[in-house]
Design a protein around this ligand. Structure first.
Ligand SMILES: [Zn+2]
Length: 442
C-alpha cells in the first residue's frame, strides 16, 4: 500500500485513516479451538501482520497501539496494554512502542484468573491467566503457578516489567509460545494434553524484556531475542529452584546445538535475513544462550548483570543490535570484548579439543597439549579460562586454569602437580561451549 503524503508531512505529525474490510488470508486466524469453540487469534510472527493490519512489518518500526474490538456476546477480548472504558466503548491501549509482530488481540470464551499482581511502587501490574474453561484449573496449578514470581525474578535481575499488565493466553498460535507484548499467546494443545510446563512461561515472560521492550533492529540479530529468552528460562529457574536448573538447561542447550544442522553457520546470519523463519534455529536459541552464559563467565556476574540492566534501560521501547550490546558490556566490564563477540557471533562452530598429557614425576609437572581440532572453516577460538582437573587414584584433586590461544592451533602448558594424576578432566563444570574430542595420556 502506498499513501501519498501532503506537503510538509516529513516534518509534521499527521493522521492516516485506512478503512478496509475482508477475510485475512493469514495473521488473523478465525476458527475452532482445540475445545471445539469458535475463537479469533492474531499470530503475526514474523511478517504476517500485513495480512490484516496496515503496518511497516519490520522489527525496527515499533509503535504504540489501540484496539477497539467488537465480539459476539459471551466472548472476552484480550489485546496489548490496558483495557479502558471510553465513550467509544472498550479499548485496549498500549502506551509503549511495541514490535509489529507482537501487535495482537484474541477473542473467544475464556476463563480469566487473576494471579497475585506485581507491585512496583505505586504501579500495580495485573497478572492474568486466560484459558478455555476446561483448562483453567490445570493452567493455574501447573504452568502458571509461579507466574508472578517469574516476573519478580526478572525485575530483580534486569529492571521493571515494561508493560501495563501481563496476560498469559491459551490460543491457536502455531508457535509453542508467542511473546506478544503484555499478552503472551501459548499453543493450546499442551494445555489440553496436560503436558505444559513452566519452562515455556519463563521463556516467554523473559521476552517481555528482551525481544519486546528491547527489540532486535533487524532479523539477523534475532539471538538478542531468542538467545536471551532461552538463557533466562534457565536463569529464572535457577533463581527459583537452585543452580542445578541452569546447569542442566545449559547442558541440554549444548546438546541440541551440537546435533543441529546449523553449526556451519554463524549466529548473526545475514544469509537468512530474507527468510526469518529459518532463523528460529539452534544458533539463535541454544547457542545464543551459551553466548550469554560464557559472557557472564568471562566478565563475572556483577559486570554481566550490571551490563544487562544498562542495556535494558538504554534500549527499552526501542531497538538494539549485537554491536550495541557489545558496547554496553565493554563499558561495564572495562575491557575489550571484540574477540569474544567476533568468535561467538560471527564465526560458525565451536571449539573441539584434543587433549594429551604426560606426568614428569621427577619435576612433578604435568605437560598438557591442547589441539583445536574443529574444521578450519570454523576458525580458531580464544578461551582465556579453561579449567583442568587432575585426579589421583587416592582421591586427591587439583584444579588449574589454562588459557587456550586463538593464535595457533596448538597450546602447550606445564603445570605443577604434587601427585601423579590418574585422570585429567577438561571444563568439568561445563562453563564453555566446547567438545573434548579426545583425551589421552602420552
Ligand atoms: Zn522465544
Amino acid at each position: 500500500m502506498r499513501i501519498p503524503l501532503p506537503r510538509g508531512a516529513e516534518t509534521n505529525a499527521f493522521t492516516v485513516l485506512i478503512d478496509y474490510h475482508g477475510t485475512p488470508q493469514d495473521g488473523l486466524i478465525i476458527g475452532l479451538s482445540a475445545r471445539g469453540r469458535r475463537v479469533a487469534f492474531v499470530d503475526n510472527w514474523p511478517e504476517r501482520a500485513r495480512f490484516w493490519l496496515p503496518t511497516v512489518d519490520h522489527p525496527s518500526d515499533k509503535a504504540m497501539t489501540r484496539f477497539a474490538i467488537q465480539a459476539p456476546a459471551g466472548w472476552r477480548v484480550v489485546a496489548n496494554g490496558r483495557l479502558n472504558q471510553t465513550e467509544h466503548g472498550r479499548e485496549w491501549d498500549e502506551s509503549h512502542p511495541i514490535p509489529v509482530y507482537t501487535m495482537v488481540f484474541g477473542a473467544g470464551e475464556f476463563t480469566v484468573s487473576h494471579h497475585h499482581p506485581v507491585i512496583n511502587g505505586r504501579d500495580t501490574i495485573p497478572i492474568e491467566v486466560w484459558t478455555y474453561p476446561e483448562d483453567s484449573a490445570f493452567a493455574d496449578a501447573v504452568p502458571f503457578r509461579r507466574a508472578t514470581e517469574i516476573v519478580e525474578v526478572m525485575q530483580r535481575l534486569i529492571g521493571p516489567f515494561p508493560y501495563e499488565k501481563l496476560a498469559h493466553v491459551q490460543s491457536s498460535t502455531k508457535f509453542g509460545g508467542m511473546e506478544n507484548s503484555s499478552a503472551i499467546f501459548y499453543a493450546e494443545k499442551p494445555y489440553v494434553e496436560r503436558k505444559m510446563g513452566e519452562g515455556v512461561v519463563r521463556h516467554e515472560t523473559a521476552h517481555q524484556w528482551f525481544g519486546d521492550a528491547v527489540t532486535e533492529r533487524d532479523w539477523p540479530d534475532i539471538w538478542l531475542s531468542e538467545g536471551f529468552a532461552t538463557y533466562f528460562d534457565g536463569v529464572i529457574g535457577a533463581a527459583l529452584d537452585g543452580d542445578t536448573v541452569l546447569v542442566n538447561s545449559m547442558r541440554a542447550n549444548a546438546e541440541s546445538y551440537f546435533k543441529s544442522d546449523v553449526t556451519d553457520r554463524p549466529i548473526v546470519d545475514s544469509g537468512y535475513a530474507a527468510d526469518p523463519i529459518k532463523l528460529l534455529n539452534a544458533n539463535s536459541y541454544p547457542k545464543g544462550a551459551w553466548v550469554l552464559h560464557m559472557l557472564r563467565g568471562t566478565i563475572g556476574d556483577s559486570a554481566f548483570f550490571r551490563g544487562l540492566r544498562t542495556y535494558y534501560r538504554t534500549y527499552r521501547d526501542s531497538n538494539a543490535t549485537s554491536a550495541d550490546l557489545q558496547r554496553v558490556m565493554e563499558k561495564e566490564a572495562r575491557t575489550n570484548l571484540g574477540w569474544f563477540f567476533h568468535q561467538w557471533l560471527y564465526q560458525p562452530g565451536y571449539p573441539q579439543l584434543d587433549v594429551s598429557w604426560q606426568y614428569d614425576a621427577g619435576a612433578r609437572k604435568v605437560m598438557v597439549g591442547i589441539i583445536q581440532r574443529q574444521k578450519p572453516e570454523w576458525g580458531l577460538f580464544r578461551l582465556p579460562v579453561v579449567t583442568l582437573e587432575f585426579r589421583a587414584n587416592n582421591g586427591a584433586v587439583m584444579r588449574r586454569d589454562v588459557a587456550v590461544s586463538s593464535e595457533s592451533r596448538e597450546t602447550s602448558v606445564r603445570i605443577d602437580v604434587p601427585f601423579a594424576p590418574a585422570e585429567v578432566r577438561v571444563d568439568s563444570d561445563g562453563k564453555l561451549l566446547l567438545k573434548v574430542t579426545a583425551i589421552s595420556r602420552r
